[in-house]
Design a protein around this ligand. Structure first.
Ligand SMILES: [Mg+2]
Length: 228
């Protein structure tokens, strides 16, 4: 094998986060008595949520503020009556139990397990990601999961990778490490920042309009087996 360590992103690379979000959102609306066009409500929420996460990335708002504010703003914009704190709590409770896998993820990890160390490096909330990994059934194949909230740095910051290598007791400049992920701005740029190869998982064949170029690009996660 060309590589002796694989770093995987979790959401929308191994776990189908979009589907988890969709289903969880539907569940919490129903639980809080909100009826109407659920699809339109979710689109509205996603715009608000994305904006707040961008503001968080710029250091303008805290994660604790964001967690409730996205629901407060969603209710306000859509003229709905409900408690944003309750929606926030329900969402964080529901999300980890609604886990769906990316097609081929189990087969891939089963095939590679025992042959090469499989590590997850994810930007997310600690308690949520631990529960999701457990519920996904992928945990037995994963040697280590590094979560941005626990480490204090998020991809593409190289310090989350430095932290990962430190725990694994490996050299920082390991040319035999491959990072696999769906986001150019976090996963692929992060790999570039630490000078390792990268594989862009791009199932929707989105065109790359950035200046960030991955070493490889795949449409199906199982295509990774041909690269290794
Ligand atoms: Mg991702």
């Amino acid at each position: 094998m060309k590589y002796d360590l694989l770093l995987f992103d979790a959401d929308d690379t191994l776990l189908d986060f979009k589907r988890s979000e969709d289903v969880s959102f539907q569940i919490i609306l129903a639980k809080n008595g909100i009826v109407g066009d659920v699809k339109a409500f979710h689109e509205s929420y996603k715009v608000i949520n994305d904006l707040l996460w961008s503001q968080h990335a710029e250091g303008l708002v805290s994660k604790d503020f964001l967690k409730v504010e996205r629901f407060r703003k969603f209710l306000e914009v859509n003229n709905l009556e409900a408690d944003p704190n309750q929606l926030c709590d329900d969402y964080l409770d529901t999300l980890p139990s609604q886990v769906f896998l990316i097609e081929g993820a189990v087969e891939l990890l089963k095939t590679l397990h025992g042959k090469i160390p499989l590590v997850i490096v994810t930007n997310g909330i600690g308690v949520v990601q631990h529960k999701r990994l457990l519920n996904s059934g992928l945990k037995p194949y994963i040697e280590l999961m590094v979560i941005s909230e626990e480490c204090g740095f998020s991809k593409p910051d190289r310090r989350i990778f430095d932290y990962t290598f430190e725990i694994l007791n490996r050299s920082h400049l390991s040319s035999r490490t491959l990072m696999i992920g769906d986001k150019l701005e976090t996963d692929i740029l992060g790999a570039k920042n630490i000078e390792i190869d990268s594989c862009w998982f791009n199932p929707d064949k989105t065109s790359n309009v950035t200046t960030i170029s991955p070493t490889y690009e795949i449409q199906n996660i199982l295509e990774l087996l041909r690269i290794l």
